[in-house]
Write a protein that binds this ligand. Structure first.
Ligand code: GDP
Length: 178
């Protein structure tokens, strides 16, 4: 009696944004919080993987933190291509990191060359909400997200606040493409 296994679903999620906004912190917090399986890749970029169950689907999220791309510029297209979702991360205490997301987003679309750029799922994440010297309001972030058709989440990797939500949303938007 044979059992047929469905092909495992792997979703590639890319985290981009200015250096220091907390990309690796967010990723590590999410993956290690309830870690199932994780490992680090050997090239300049870090990627962690985490298996989650959504409804009855088991999905492996392959989460790429592109902190290394400043050093490995030529890897950009390689890293971005085949992504199912892009997380644009900024620091809510840095207006500059928020403004920079527009360029990050364009750069991503340019390098990833998704089939349908207008419908590509972007998720915007405002990190460091634990800090009091906030420069970007929730309303301002939501307004831009509405303009570009992205979803907005905010939280704190440091305080482990609302870190999971954007990843689950990313998993859902990725599954939808399968
Ligand atoms: P990356 O360059 O975007 O990967 O940023 P890192 O994850 O290396 O974080 C940059 C700095 O911000 C580090 O000193 C972190 O400890 C700090 N950091 C990251 N997330 C938070 C957060 O939610 N709140 C606060 N207060 N600091 C954070």
């Amino acid at each position: 009696n044979m059992s047929f296994k469905k092909e495992p679903v792997t979703l590639k999620i890319i985290l981009i944004g200015d250096s220091g906004v907390g990309k690796s912190s967010v990723m590590n917090r999410y993956v290690n919080h309830r870690s199932t399986n994780m490992y680090r890749a050997m090239i300049g970029t870090d990627f962690l993987s985490k298996t989650v169950t959504i409804d009855k689907d088991t999905v492996t999220l392959q989460i790429w933190d592109t902190a290394g791309t400043e050093r490995f510029q030529s890897l950009g297209p390689l890293l971005y291509r085949g992504a199912h979702c892009c997380m644009l991360v900024f620091d809510v205490t840095s207006k500059a990191s928020f403004s920079a997301l527009d360029v990050w987003r364009k750069e991503f679309l340019f390098q990833a060359e998704p089939q349908d750029p207008a419908d590509f799922p972007f998720i915007v994440v405002g990190n460091k909400t634990d800090l009091s010297d906030r420069e970007v309001s929730r309303g301002k972030a939501l307004q831009w997200c509405e303009e570009i058709g992205a979803e907005y989440f905010e939280g704190s990797a440091k305080e482990d606040l609302d870190v999971e939500k954007p990843f689950l949303r990313a998993a859902l938007s990725g599954l939808w493409q399968y």
